[in-house]
Unconditional design. Structure first.
Length: 252
C-alpha cells in the first residue's frame, strides 16, 4: 500500500509543480502592466540644483542710457563715455523635474560690467521663477525655457580724474554718480545639459534677458516716459557654464 501511495505522489508532484509555475507566470503577467502603467503616470521624476558662471556682452543705445545720468556733463563729454562692455557673474538654480520633460524652479544671479578701469560699473542682480521643456537624447538634454522675475540695476560712475562737483550755466558736473533702478524681466534661454553620471550634469546655456522698468532717476533728464513698460539697458546675450547636482537620470 505504501508503494502505491509513493507512486501516486511521484506522479502528482510534477503536475503540481507545473501548475504552480503556470500560476506564477500568470500572476507576473497580470502585475507587470499595472507596474508599467503606474510608472508611466509618474509626475515627479527628479530634482536638481547647482551654480553657473557666465560671461556676456551688454550694450546700450547711448552712454546716457547706460549710466542713466545726464548730470555727468554736457553732450560732448557724455558721448565719449562707453555704452557697452563685457559682463561677468554667477548664479544659482533649483529645479524639480516633471514627467521627464519639464523643469520648474527658481534661480537668481548677479552680473557686473566693469567700465573705464576707474571703478565704474553697471551691476544687475535678479531672481525669479523658471520653466523649461527638455527632451532626452541619451546623456544629452536640449532645453528651451523662460525665466520671469525682478531685480535691480546699480550704476556707478567714477571719473578718470577726481574733481569737485561744480555747476555751470549748462550742466552740473559730479565727481561720481550712483543710481539704482528696479526692474521686471523676461529671460528666454536655450541650453544643453550633458549627463556626467546619475547625480551630476554639465549645464551650458545662453540667455537674453529683457528688463523693463523706470529708466530715470533723480540725476537724469530722461523723463519723457517714466513708466514700468520702458525697456531698460544695458542688455545682451550671456553664456552660462556650470554643474547641476541631483537626481539627473531619466525615469524609466
Amino acid at each position: 500500500m505504501k508503494k502505491i501511495y509513493l507512486l501516486i505522489a511521484l506522479v502528482l508532484l510534477p503536475l503540481c509543480l507545473s501548475a504552480q509555475k503556470q500560476e506564477d507566470n500568470a500572476t507576473a503577467a497580470y502585475e507587470r502592466p499595472e507596474k508599467s502603467e503606474k510608472k508611466s503616470q509618474k509626475i515627479f521624476t527628479g530634482f536638481s540644483g547647482g551654480m553657473m558662471l557666465h560671461i556676456g556682452y551688454m550694450f546700450s543705445d547711448s552712454p546716457e542710457k547706460l549710466f542713466s545720468s545726464t548730470g555727468l556733463g554736457n553732450t560732448d563729454f557724455i558721448k565719449n563715455l562707453p555704452k557697452s562692455g563685457v559682463s561677468l557673474g554667477l548664479g544659482g538654480t533649483l529645479r524639480i523635474h516633471l514627467i521627464n520633460h519639464i523643469h520648474l524652479g527658481a534661480e537668481g544671479g548677479v552680473s557686473t560690467m566693469p567700465l573705464m578701469g576707474t571703478g565704474s560699473s553697471v551691476r544687475a542682480g535678479w531672481g525669479g521663477a523658471i520653466c523649461d521643456f527638455y527632451t532626452n537624447w541619451g546623456i544629452v538634454r536640449p532645453i528651451i525655457g523662460l525665466g520671469v522675475g525682478g531685480g535691480k540695476i546699480k550704476r556707478l560712475y567714477v571719473p578718470e580724474e577726481a574733481e569737485d562737483t561744480y555747476i555751470t550755466a549748462d550742466s552740473t558736473y559730479y565727481n561720481a554718480s550712483y543710481t539704482k533702478s528696479p526692474f521686471f524681466y523676461l529671460d528666454p534661454y536655450v541650453g544643453l545639459e550633458i549627463g556626467l553620471g546619475s547625480v551630476m550634469a554639465l549645464m551650458i546655456r545662453v540667455d537674453y534677458m529683457l528688463p523693463f522698468g523706470r529708466t530715470s532717476s533723480g540725476l537724469t533728464n530722461l523723463t519723457s516716459d517714466i513708466k514700468w513698460s520702458n525697456f531698460m539697458t544695458p542688455t545682451g546675450p550671456r553664456l552660462y557654464v556650470g554643474l547641476m547636482f541631483g537626481k539627473m537620470k531619466k525615469e524609466k
